[in-house]
Design a protein around this ligand. Structure first.
Ligand code: NAP
Ligand code: HSE
Length: 438
């Protein structure tokens, strides 16, 4: 092979990062790949001279196209780099690329969380690579770590801050006391948020990444629907202030765990994404801004943590170009198609009601005798024990109460909250947030 030709599907935030890296680091990339790497074509929706494509070092006339056939039907293009986003069209283009015997590298977790299994199988069957390092945690090499570097282990748990936008928002709300909307707009300007930021804020983006990561960690197919999801929409400055009082921070955590026969928990896999109170001394508590981190515990290696920028042009481009280099090496050694995920386990998903966690519960109640005692009874009747309690008087004979519970089953908490709903002295449940105890 004289040159490794890339066809980029998309030249936005991530595609631009790829183009910059391929141009700026051309010498090292060639030395590491064993072949010069060149962007032959880049697909965009609309060729707009106002968009600063020339910043990416690409010639507008020769390289940029609005016709996908210029890439998918070009026999000289070796690797299709899908960085356009969306599910349906991207899926069709990747299928066509694989059928036309092109390797694929993608950053698209939305697509992989739905069609990953089918596409990995097709790539393997055709002896092609399908690289997806950039689909989880941007520049952090967590996919390679789970697939290769930690392959000797039985993975016990994976805990991650894997959405840069929400971590950026929660960090700024905590340290700068800024409003949710203000910081979200900034995250969008910086290119961290998805085209529709509802999937970031609502936890879906992290759930997609968790489905991908946990499938690799436990070698079983975890579907997006298996993941319990809650976003950060309900988190208020008051919750953040109470968390600080409790020596905790609030983070959107993606949590996957595997319980095994005899360890005292229902056997299976737990997969969930939700805002979490995290003690300030937890390794993930100081991961701020757009940074992501993934904390993995394996039976042999023990605790490990992977840290870096989880979104943005160059960090995500870094993961894509690493996949391109790996594929170039495998093309040269005729070993492509050998690294597909292996799903040899069938493990049940533990139902949410049977999962165990601590809770933070913030309520507004009428401030009069016996109310506090009665509140405590609702929880006692569900066998829930308190670890700490905060009560603050508010105006108009109202009080704000925060209960912190010891770990209990979600089903017990549901029972207590259902009973509590009918208590006439309860005016409002402000928020219920899970606590990470391990
Ligand atoms: P983006 O900035 O919106 O760029 C998308 C690019 O794809 C644009 O160049 C756009 O063309 C082109 N495009 C989109 N739909 C197209 C279509 N139907 N036909 C032709 N061209 C089309 O998106 P991005 O932030 O780079 O994200 C790309 C992918 O990377 C997504 O799957 C995203 O989830 C993933 N990702 C993003 C980040 C991040 O930090 N942004 C990090 C990790 C993974 P125009 O330029 O003409 O609009
Ligand atoms: N919107 C995503 C985030 C981009 O904020 O993490 C990286 O996948």
């Amino acid at each position: 092979m004289k040159t490794l030709n890339l066809g980029l599907l998309g030249l936005g935030t991530v595609g631009g990062g790829v183009a910059n890296i391929v141009n700026n680091n051309a010498h090292d990339i060639e030395a590491r790949s064993g072949v010069p790497v060149c962007i032959k074509k880049a697909l965009v929706r609309d060729i707009d001279m106002e968009k600063a494509r020339h910043d990416f070092g690409l010639s507008m006339v020769e390289t940029i196209t609005t016709d996908v056939d210029d890439i998918l039907n070009d026999p000289e293009i070796d690797i299709v780099v899908e960085v356009m986003g969306g599910v349906d069209i991207a899926y069709q283009y990747i299928l066509r690329a694989l059928h036309n015997r092109k390797h694929v590298v993608t950053a698209n977790k939305d697509l992989l969380a739905v069609h990953g299994t089918e596409l990995f199988a097709l790539a393997a069957q055709k002896g092609l690579d399908l690289g997806f390092e950039a689909s989880v945690a941007g520049g952090i090499p967590i996919i390679a770590a789970l697939q290769q570097n930690l392959a000797a282990n039985r993975i016990e748990s994976v805990l991650g801050i894997i959405n840069g936008t929400t971590n950026y928002i929660l960090s700024a709300m905590t340290s700068q006391k800024r409003t949710f909307q203000e910081v979200l707009a900034e995250a969008q300007e910086l290119g961290y948020a998805e085209a529709n930021p509802a999937s970031d804020v609502g936890g879906l983006d992290a759930a997609r990444k968790l489905a991908i990561m946990s499938s690799l960690a436990f070698n079983c197919q975890v579907a997006l629907d298996d993941v319990y999801v809650e976003g950060i929409d309900n988190i208020t400055p008051e919750d953040i202030a109470y968390a600080a009082e409790l020596d905790c921070v609030i983070k959107l955590l993606a949590i996957a765990g595997r319980s095994r026969p005899g360890d005292g928990r229902p056997e299976g896999v737990t997969v969930k994404v939700h805002p979490t109170l995290l003690p300030v001394n937890h390794p993930l508590a100081s991961v701020d801004g757009v940074f992501n981190a993934v904390y993995v515990v394996g039976d042999a290696v023990g605790e490990t943590m992977f840290y870096g920028q989880g979104a943005g042009s160059l960090p995500t481009g870094s993961a894509i170009v690493a996949d391109i280099i790996q594929t170039a090496r495998r093309i040269i050694t005729s070993t492509t198609g050998t690294l597909s995920p292996q799903y040899y386990n069938t493990i049940p998903i533990v139902p949410l009601d049977q999962q165990t966690t601590g809770f933070y519960i913030r309520l507004k109640v009428i401030d009069e005798p016996r109310v506090f005692a009665n509140l405590a009874l609702f929880f006692a009747e569900a066998d829930i024990s308190f670890a700490s309690i905060i009560q603050k008087p508010r105006r108009n004979n109202r009080a704000e109460v925060v209960f912190i519970t010891h770990p209990c089953q979600e089903g017990q908490m549901r029972k207590a909250l259902t009973a509590l709903e009918s208590y006439p002295k309860l005016e409002k449940v402000y928020n219920i947030i899970r606590i990470e105890n391990e």
